[in-house]
Ligand binder design. Structure first.
Ligand SMILES: [Zn+2]
Length: 88
């Protein structure tokens, strides 16, 4: 029997991501642009720590694209593993 929920590479504590409204001026970890109070930013938790990294939405869109590429690459490198709904 499988235990609990299906784990995810980016979910359940391992770099989990949430969109938050900044309560104060913050700086994007990547481009170091200021994120004004009351604007949306993305918090990515750091596995194994209580901390998190803050990104602006522009940088996070790029990070998400890169994550998709990495997942696609992973699937290519693991040909035996296909999405459940794939017919090929
Ligand atoms: Zn940024």
């Amino acid at each position: 029997m499988k235990k609990g929920k299906t784990p995810s590479l980016i979910g359940s504590g391992a770099g989990s991501v949430k969109s938050v409204t900044s309560g104060r001026l913050r700086y994007c970890k990547r481009c170091e642009m200021g994120i004004a109070k009351d604007s949306i930013c993305i918090e990515v938790s750091i596995p194994g720590s209580m901390g998190s990294k803050t990104y602006c939405t522009t940088c996070f869109a790029e990070i998400l694209d890169q994550t998709e590429k990495d997942i696609a690459k992973l699937r290519e490198n693991l040909p035996a593993i296909r999405p459940k709904d794939s017919t090929t």
